[in-house]
Structures are given as C-alpha cells and as structure tokens.
Unconditional design. Structure first.
Length: 206
C-alpha cells in the first residue's frame, strides 16, 4: 500500500547529481507565477475566484482534460520500444538520481519522464477533485466580513479579504507548480529526450 501511494509522487524524491531536489529548481518560477495569477483577484476585489463559474471552477475543468493528456503521454513513453542508446540509457548530462535501499539509482530518460508525467497526472486529478468539492462547499457558505474567535481570553477578528488572500495563494501554488512542471516536461519531450552526446569520429569511420 505504501508503494502504491508513493509511486505517483516519486518525482518529488528525485535529485540532481549534486543532491538537490529536482522540484526545488522550479520554486522561484512557481512563486513568480503565483504572484501574477493572484494579482488580478487582489486588484479586482469582486472577481470570482472560488465560487461557481469562477477561476477554480474553470481550472478544475481544464485540469480534468490535462489529466487525460498526462496519462496518454505516460502510456506513450512507457510503451516506446526499448532503445539501448536512447530512452533506456542512463542520463549522462544532468544526471538524475533516486535514493533506494541499495544506495543511489541513476535514472534513464524513460524513468525520468514516467516519474514526471505520473506526478503531473496525480496533481491534475487532485486539482479536479478539489475544484468540485470547493464549489459544493462555497455555494452553501454565508457571506461574511469578519471571522471572530477567542484566543487566550481575547477576541480576535480576521478580515474576510485577508482570508481570501490566503486561500487564493494556497490554491494558486499547486496550480502554478503544475503549469511550470508541465513546461519542464514539454521542454524535455521536445528538446532533451533524444539528445545525443557529441562524438568524435575518425577518418576510418568516414
């Protein structure tokens, strides 16, 4: 059961040759995109973010389509014919490794792509389910200006705008991370998957 739950998220455990987690390379790009996506909803206070027909609702519909795309890409890469010097060769430039019980395992291009698209499939599916649940819940919530609660005998009031901002940032982080990781996957499929290291040929080879 543990492996069943860990397999889709194995991408989060992948490290570069220097030992840095792969997904951390996208943190700054993700946060920058979060700021860009969140800004319009902060500037336009009445913009529909999480209610029906709002941003989260539309993203949920879009991510449901993306889930099929990711699964199709995963199946395609996983079923490509075996290639000793292609997909099934260990990555030489920009090595990627995974910690195992026997030490470090260096991944092939096929293993890396499968890990990435398996992760993207999982995140997009979770976003789809989250959007459905959020619409059901928010449609039954009453409107409010402040949230009040007692903390150490003091009454604390939190502005609705602050709560809305926290919710928007929390939701936009996985959405933007999905977008950035998708561009990483597309870049690898387009440019790096079949890239070959340059070799020096002798005159005899010619």
């Amino acid at each position: 059961m543990k492996r069943f739950l860990e397999a889709p998220l194995r991408y989060l455990r992948l490290r570069s040759e220097a030992g840095r987690l792969i997904w951390l390379q996208d943190v700054f790009a993700t946060l920058a995109l979060v700021a860009i996506v969140t800004a319009p909803f902060v500037l336009v206070g009445k913009a529909n973010f999480i209610h029906k027909d709002g941003f989260v609702d539309k993203i949920g519909s879009f991510s449901s389509v993306l889930t099929g795309f990711y699964v199709a890409g995963l199946v395609a890469v996983a079923t490509f014919p075996r290639q000793k010097n292609g997909l099934d060769a260990v990555i030489n430039f920009g090595k990627i490794k995974l910690s195992t019980n026997d030490g470090w395992e260096f991944l092939t291009r096929r293993e890396y792509i499968c890990s990435l698209f398996g992760y993207l499939s999982t995140i997009s599916l979770c976003l789809t389910v989250f959007s459905i649940i959020s619409i059901i819940i928010t449609s039954s919530l009453p409107n409010f200006s402040f949230v009040k609660f007692e903390l150490l005998s003091y009454t604390v009031s939190i502005d609705r705008k602050f709560i809305r901002l926290i919710v928007m940032i929390s939701v936009n982080i996985p959405i933007c991370h999905l977008a950035v990781s998708t561009f990483r996957g597309l870049y690898y499929l387009i440019d790096r998957m079949y890239a070959q290291s340059p070799t020096i040929k002798s005159k005899m080879d010619e």
